[in-house]
Design a protein around this ligand. Structure first.
Ligand code: AVI
Length: 301
């Protein structure tokens, strides 16, 4: 199993997708509201300031496909400004959230066709056919979640989006930028300790769901910017030599040994353009906040 395989490696790791159970998703929502985590509020600011230009770039009669739509709350701003959208396709792995969000949206936008897909958006899924033809398919991937992919998986994922949207299609994406390390450091070591709680919750989840016996107070949150790799690395560091039981299997930890739980890559505009170009996209527009912390970009095929 993926989790045990990661913990058996010489440099232990756990896939970051396991952060997001009910409690983990709530903790992430809290992260997006802490002062130190600039990403979400900066992206919202750009969206707010540039919404007319963004809607114009997407053009009339597009089919908007949101990858990892969650509650779809922030998408409303975009939907409010799109000209005659053909359909909104929210994709999310959590069926309950997806259905609830779709019902709420259907109520708020009675003339918009909403075609939810319950799927892991990184694997193949079939796109539903809207009831009237549109001008283009546009994927929406906000939040700089692309930063949580290593380079090759990021290429594969963007190529898959390019294939889904087809010729003439587009991608509206939030991309976090390289910046002063101190700002990055604070964002992943917030003084309210919410990111530490979010990271440690992963062990709590394993204890609950896989009956392991991690002692949460014997692991510490450690996040730092690795400038050579251009990424924040998030780790859980063992605070003593210890053993953790997974059924019959014992995982041993040395003092200060770490489990790598997440990477969050930061890009320069040039680096992201190169990545986009390698997947069949061209960067058409880049919108920035005044401090140039974050970018919203429109890529076309
Ligand atoms: C979801 N993703 C873009 C967040 C990030 O900034 O990489 C996840 C996160 N991890 C710690 N804080 C936020």
């Amino acid at each position: 199993m993926e989790i045990l395989q990661g913990l058996r490696k010489p440099y232990k790791e756990l896939p970051s997708k396991y952060f997001y159970d009910e409690v983990g998703s709530q903790l992430f929502d809290r992260i997006t509201e802490v002062d130190d985590y600039y990403l979400t509020r900066t992206e919202s600011l750009i969206l707010q300031q540039q919404i007319e230009a963004i809607a114009a770039a997407l053009g009339p009669q597009c089919m908007l496909i949101e990858y990892g739509s969650g509650s779809s709350i922030k998408t409303r701003q975009l939907l409010d400004h799109l000209v005659d959208p053909i359909a909104y396709v929210p994709i999310d792995i959590s069926r309950e959230h997806l259905l609830q969000a779709s019902l709420t949206l259907a109520h708020a936008y009675p003339t918009l066709e909403i075609l939810p897909i319950c799927a892991d958006y990184t694997s193949a899924f079939a796109l539903p056919q809207p009831s009237r033809p549109g001008k283009r398919k546009v994927a929406y991937y906000p939040g700089s979640t692309i930063g949580n992919f290593d380079s090759e998986p990021a290429k594969r994922f963007l190529s898959q989006i390019a294939q889904t949207c087809g010729k003439g299609g587009g991608l509206l994406i939030g991309v976090d930028l390289k910046k002063d390390f101190a700002i990055l450091h604070k964002a992943y070591n917030d003084c309210d300790g919410v990111t530490a709680q979010f990271n440690l919750h992963l062990l709590e989840r394993l204890n609950e769901e896989l009956a392991s016996n991690f002692q949460l107070d014997q692991f510490g949150h450690y996040a730092f910017y690795n400038p050579g790799q251009g990424r924040i690395e998030m780790h859980l560091v063992s605070l003593q030599k210890q053993e953790v039981q997974f059924g019959d299997e014992t995982i041993t930890f040395d003092n200060f040994e770490s489990i790598w739980t997440e990477s969050s890559y930061k890009y320069t505009l040039d680096e992201f353009r190169q990545l986009a170009n390698s997947t069949g996209f061209q960067v058409e527009h880049v919108w920035l906040d005044p401090q140039q912390l974050f970018s919203i970009q429109y890529l076309s095929e």
